[in-house]
Ligand binder design. Sequence first.
Ligand code: NGO
Length: 521
Amino acid sequence: MRLRQTLTTLLAALGLVGAGLLAGSGPAAAAGVPNTVVPVPVSVVSDGSTFTLTSTATLTSDDAGVGGYLAGILRASTGYALPLTVNAPGPGSIALQLSGAPGSVGAEGYQLTTTATGVVVQAQQPAGLFHGVQTLLQLLPPAVMGSTVQPGPWTVPGGTVLDYPRFAYRGAMLDVARHFFTVTQVKHYIDELALYKVNVLHLHLSDDQGWRIAVNSWPNLATYGGSTQVGGGPGGYYTQADYAAIVSYAASRYMTVVPEIDMPGHTNAALASYAQLNCNGVAPALYTGTNVGFSSLCVPLPLTYTFIDQVIGELAALTPGPYLHIGGDEASSTTASDYASFLGQVQQIVAAHGKTVVGWHDITHTTLQPSAVAQFWGTTTSDSAVAAAAAGGTKVIMSPANKAYLDMKYTHKTKLGQTWAGLIEVNTAYGWDPGNYLTGVTGSSVQGVEGPLWTETIVTSADIDYMAFPRLPALAELGWSPWSTHNVTAFDQRLAAQGPRWRTMGVNYYHSTQISWPSGS
Ligand code: NGO
């Protein structure tokens, strides 16, 4: 008790009371701040009041898109008219303002103030308003996420939330190559990710089993290379218009798309589509199994670099974000010297198209351009090549496979997924510090986190839901919230509060026995 009081005093001094460590079970709960927001905000201070949204409420927003997004969700579930005025002179019952936020919120943070008369979200950028809106939705009852009219009352606990991210890069990857997912399915996932302030969608667009993006200068890649998938089903691909639609939908959720063309390995679909890309001039058959490491682009062949230049050129032109992911993993059919020479040339091609290279951390065995970013996917806590690269200034995205891989099974009983990196229950997914995990890769070297969802065994949107929820929100909290808020007991309470939301939304989440889900969810 003594310790708890000291802690409370300390946290109050830090502005952290209610932010999760003690909320829900102690003095902070008594003060009226529910421990329901994932990722937990930097600071939450309750004032004990309550705002209730009523049928006569109005909305104002300095950003039409974010205002429209919030209005759409609130109107559907409350059934209220909630007229929205953009750039109104006076605030509505809920006001989204691009002014008045403290400088500490930066480009993605916000301040949310709730009194008995209304809610004000203030940010410096629309992205901050959007993230503040996610917090507001999580402070409202779970029924707010319903797509049809639900019973209220629609209350928001009074107080002030000040919030901003720990890491700039908070990503999720979807492998659309092993199994293809439609534009509608990808948009659905984007909407789910946005609820947890994820700001990067990495699309794994090519692999041995399929090529999923139309390239005008090499049309067979999509039409032939995209014609199947793991298990032999029909596969599919995105037209360039489809891809542009995904990019712009992601942008409307303040999410940047990072497209990946995996090379020099994981390229059977491309090699099968064009015989002339093969060292022996013979196209291999399409591949629908799940082995890795057997294919390689032909490193000595000049045409290889014409091919890459044209593919990267078209993709770069369609991609407003700064990054192009070049894969680089598991090139076991490429010699080390070929791999190094290949990486040197590909980095130059990507740079010539104005983009920054991201690659799986295998690329740290080569000479990297200063701007290149390495994505760690190992299962150990030390890797000398990654540490050396980080010491030389390379930024690292943390996706340790035994913590962050969303395709690993939760337990031996999980029907979907794989086990090669281990079993990942919810508290394992939450139990590590991305900024202090890999020896020699700390603090400023870490660009952020990403949860890859490989789809060898994942076929439907329900499958995606099952593997991503609740682990993706755990990862999102590691990416957003300050490490000082890290507490598994408090996190599990916050996560439990998401259950009724997911049930309302029809999210097919895994009911981990580590979490005390509210009854009925
Ligand atoms: C590895 C491999 C992928 C697999 C995945 C399955 C990386 C970076 N390469 O991760 O091809 O799909 O494991 O978990």
